[in-house]
Every structure is written in C-alpha cells, then in structure tokens.
Design a protein around this ligand. Structure first.
Ligand code: KIV
Length: 294
C-alpha cells in the first residue's frame, strides 16, 4: 500500500481548483485520529468541541490551551500524514495579537499542527495578520461562532437575512484579503455559502453550510453516534457507537455476574513443565499457615 501524502495549502487549493471535495473531520484522541487517517481524511480539526465531546462541558468556553495541546499531540502522533488544524480556544486570542501568536505558536511547537483556526470576521483581522506575520497558516471561521454564541443569541444559523448575509460576505472577503489560507463557514444558508465559495480563491469549508462549498467538516462524535446531548440539523450519523458500546458493556456486566467471563481462553495457565510442581507449592503454604497464625 502506498503511504498517504499529507496535504499542504497548495494541494488543498488544487483540490478547490479541480473540484475535488475536501473531507474534514474533528478528532481528539489517538485511536480516532488513526482511524481518520486510515479512512483517507484530507484534514483533521482538533476542535474546541472537545469540551463537549470529551469533557462533558456545556459549551466550548471553558476549554483551555493546555487541553487543546494535549489532544493535538495525540492526534498528530496518530495521523502523521494528515493536515491537522488546531482550534484556538476561547481567550487564547481574544485579548491581544500577542496572545494569539504565543498560543498559536504553542500549537505548532508543542503539537506539530499544520494550521490554526480562529473564530470571527473583521473583528479578528489584526489577529489573523499577526499570525500570518509569524509564518502560521490560518483558517478563518465565520457564521455560527460557538465561542461568541451569547452575542448571537444562542447556537443559531447565520446569514439568513439580507443584512446578515451581507455581513458574512464582507467578513469572508476581508479574511481572504488579509491573507488567511482557509475559511470555514458554520450554519450558513447554502446559497450564501455557494456565493462565498465561488467568489474566494481559498478553499471554503462547510459545517452546516450546504453542499456548494469546497469541502465538508463534521464532528467525529456526531458522525459515529457517540455524542448524546443534542444533534444539530446538519449532522449525518454514519454509525451508532453509543448503542453498540452500551450493548457490549451490558453484556459484559451480565457475563461477569453469571461467571461466563473469563472463559478458559482468557486465562494465563502455568507453564506446562512447571504445573506438576504446583501442588508441592500449595502444600508449603498450607503447612505454613499455623506457624503464621501463632
Ligand atoms: O470545535 C469545533 O469542532 C469547531 C466546529 C464546530 C467548527 O470549531
């Protein structure tokens, strides 16, 4: 089998030009990322959605840089030939350009990611510029931006009115203009996303932004049916891990209680040549017991 070749911003751009769709998935741990690489994923996002999917938080706001680094390191080890994007968590870039560069730098130095993603349009242009000046590949993220969902009035689709669509298009143009190499649109009408995708030269990815973008992103915990709290409209569930794993665990509990597990094949027996001497050993301990109790 030939080894998978890792994408660069050039090959991703070539995919846009040729019309080949980009497949992008989140991953947070070694096993899942290795499955993603084996499946031929073009890109992996170590999303701050790990707050909900791995840690059971209600949202992404509590997620820290240290958590993101630990998970990105594991993903990088598992998927050396996949383009990995680190997601800048809340408060890792909001306060200043310096914070943004320092924290994005950690993603590259400590976890070896290929790019970072940050949320926001025109209001984060100076952050994007600072990251680019530091030589870091940047993915913009507009539309539904979960870190600022309070300001959006909740986790609501964006760009559904003319005024809101105009703002989105202006943000997308500004992000490309400043030099970002990738753009993610979240929960945006397909007609708005389609226009932005055609208008921009950089690859435009969708999560809930319809089929007209250059590629799609899904959250792995949704795709495999692991995340239970809620299912956004844009999710397609490809398998039901929660049911399969719960069934397996229920059977395990029943087997342990019934003495059906472990069976002989799960046991480490004594070496054949040693086994005949085992009764002697037992005798030693039997005669030992009264002495110990004295
Ligand atoms: O953290 C994440 O997985 C994301 C997606 C929701 C776009 O940012």
């Amino acid at each position: 089998m030939t080894e998978k070749r890792k994408h660069s911003i050039h090959t991703l751009r070539e995919m846009k030009a040729s019309g080949e769709k980009i497949a992008w998935l989140t991953s947070y741990d070694y096993p899942t990322a290795s499955f993603a690489e084996a499946a031929g994923m073009d890109m992996i996002l170590v999303g701050d959605s790990l707050g909900m999917c791995v840690y059971g938080y209600e949202g992404t706001v509590p997620v820290t840089m240290d958590q993101c680094i630990v998970h990105s390191e594991a993903v990088r080890r598992a998927a050396p030939n996949t383009f990995v994007v680190g997601d800048m968590p809340f408060m890792s870039y909001q306060a200043s350009d310096e914070d943004a560069v320092r924290n994005a730098g950690r993603f590259l130095k400590e976890a070896g990611v290929d790019a970072v993603k940050l949320e926001g349009g025109k209001r984060v242009l100076s952050r994007i510029r600072a990251l680019l000046d530091a030589g870091i590949v940047v993915c913009g993220h507009i539309g539904l931006t979960p870190q600022s969902s309070g300001q959006l009035g909740g986790h609501k689709a964006q760009g559904r009115t003319i005024d809101s669509a105009r703002l989105l298009i202006e943000d997308a143009l500004a992000i490309e203009e400043v030099g970002a190499q990738l753009l993610l649109l979240e929960a945006v009408p397909p007609e708005v996303a389609g226009f932005i995708t055609t208008r921009l030269g950089i690859p435009v990815l969708s999560i809930g932004a319809g089929p007209l973008c250059d590629g799609q992103l899904l959250i792995v915990s949704d795709l495999i049916g692991q995340f239970q709290a809620f299912t956004p409209k844009f999710v397609k569930k490809y398998c039901d891990v929660a049911t399969a794993v719960t069934q397996a665990m229920t059977q395990y509990v029943a087997d342990v209680k019934a003495g059906a597990f472990p069976a002989d094949e799960h046991c480490y027996h004594m070496l054949k040549e040693e086994a005949p001497r085992f009764p002697e050993l037992l005798k030693e301990f039997e005669s030992d017991r009264p002495r110990r109790n004295r």
